[in-house]
Design a protein around this ligand. Structure first.
Ligand code: LLP
Length: 426
């Protein structure tokens, strides 16, 4: 059990959360290495080992640090980066260049230059200007880039509007109009410094239904067929993105196989029928690897009871370390970690310390009656928490601690006030 209760205290991967809070202070991000390893193990067992020529490229945007990259590397994964910053982090972690794939809808010339000079494995190209730029930059360097095109499949996924990416009206991907996509494919096939490998889609995030993945796949396979017919060109790689849902409260999480088996079945049948070798297949999970592996610890401060309305329990963090409730109305669960056995007889709303009414972390949480000084744990904050953290109100970004079987290690220090002023000139 990653999460357990002993002596009225919440333990996470063998570590007492109360001791972690004492040692490192709060707010604090805590990640279970065991939980992260288990995700990779499941992916390896049910996908990578089951189907030849497949790989996992962890979507770094969910949680990106050098320490996380080391875990990815230990699990033999590739990584997906979307910015110079993520790429730089990977370079500092010594990530093997060929195992890095570069996504993003508006890659900057200096980011492309960094990636080319480091020699990364794949560019997932998001449009004509990028293709032209990449081709020119490769030519300048006498290099060849491995390229996939991200397509806009135009499908609907069941998730928050902000994290649905495969619909037609999207800033991501290349629209599939005949006169848009195929000239670009032709340009990529003909380009001397581009090795055109195939196509990529990512339909959305936090999904529990495989329908939109399967629809997008059919659309992508149709494009593959057209490319074969028109240009006599066989693609060598397909990328199915990520989006596999994680548990925040009571969601019924689906195993990876629920998404991947039916997709692999269709892919294998399709290429068999076409009489060509099945291309490599890549997936890009982020949230499903990091979310449940992380929790956030906060110290309770002011408690306000607004008679007949609501009780507010304020903690020492908030929207700066977890923007998701404010941005996507994301719902989380939590517990008083130092009163983990106390019956949850009270209901309170957990708010942060930012000067903003929307700075609510959990609405109407059933919890043990809170007192100032209690420790609150919020679960499943591992994905898109630290990675979307901000210095709003000049609060410091919390530290990150990794725990594993009762041992803890600091992997990111809490920001200092000096860090916040570092780039100011005065
Ligand atoms: N690949 C691509 C090209 C993506 O755009 C994304 C996520 C992923 C992979 C990983 O998706 P995942 O497996 O994590 O669902 N900040 C939002 C999530 C934005 C996701 C954007 N793209 C949130 O906190 O919910």
């Amino acid at each position: 059990m990653i999460r357990e209760v002993k002596d009225n205290t919440l333990y996470f991967d063998g570590c007492s959360t109360v001791e972690l809070a004492k040692k490192y202070g709060t707010p604090l991000y805590v990640f279970s290495e065991t939980a992260i390893h288990r995700e990779f193990e499941e992916l390896n067992a049910t996908f990578v080992s089951k189907y030849p020529n497949t790989r996992v490229a962890y979507a770094s945007k969910a949680f990106c640090t050098v320490a996380m990259y080391r875990l990815c590397q230990a699990n033999n994964a590739c990584i997906d980066v979307v910015s110079g910053g993520e790429l730089y982090t990977a370079m500092q972690a010594g990530y093997p260049a060929e195992k890095i794939e570069f996504n993003g809808n508006n890659k900057q010339p200096e980011e492309i230059a960094m990636a080319l000079d480091y020699g990364i494995g794949r560019f997932i190209v998001d449009g004509l200007q990028e293709l032209t730029l990449l081709e020119a930059m490769c030519a300048e360097r006498g290099k060849t880039a491995n390229v996939l095109f991200r397509i806009t499949p135009g499908v609907k996924s069941d998730s928050h509007d902000y994290i649905v990416t495969g619909k037609k009206d999207s800033k991501f991907g290349i629209p599939l109009d005949d006169d848009v996509i195929y000239p670009q494919v032709k340009q990529a096939i003909d380009a001397a410094h581009i090795n055109f490998m195939g196509f990529h889609f990512h339909v959305g995030s936090q999904l529990f239904d495989n329908g939109s993945h399967l629809q997008a796949l059919d659309i992508m396979l149709n494009v593959v067929k057209t490319v074969k017919e028109r240009f006599h060109y066989d693609v060598t790689e397909l990328n199915l993105g990520g989006g596999f849902g994680a548990v925040y409260t009571t969601e019924d999480r689906k195993p990876y196989a629920y998404f991947l088996d039916p997709m692999m079945e269709r892919i294998e049948a399709f290429f068999k029928e076409m009489g060509i070798n099945r291309p490599n297949v890549v997936i890009e999970p982020g949230r499903s690897i990091a979310a449940e592996a992380g929790l956030s610890l906060y110290t309770v401060g002011n408690i306000k009871e607004i008679r007949d309305v609501r009780k507010y329990v304020a903690v020492d963090g908030g929207m700066g370390d977890n923007i998701r409730p404010a941005l996507y109305q994301a719902v989380y669960d939590g517990v008083l970690a130092n009163k983990a056995d106390v019956p949850k007889d009270d209901v309170a709303t957990i708010c942060g310390k930012c000067c903003e009414s929307g700075d609510i972390l959990i609405r109407d949480l059933a919890m043990a009656p809170a007192e100032s000084g209690d420790l609150l744990a919020i679960f499943s904050t591992g994905a898109y928490g630290y990675s979307m953290a901000s210095n709003y109100n000049r609060n410091r970004i919390p530290a990150v601690v990794f725990v594993k079987e009762g041992n803890d290690r600091l992997v990111v220090k809490r920001q200092s006030y000096e860090d916040i002023l570092r780039n100011e000139i005065f």
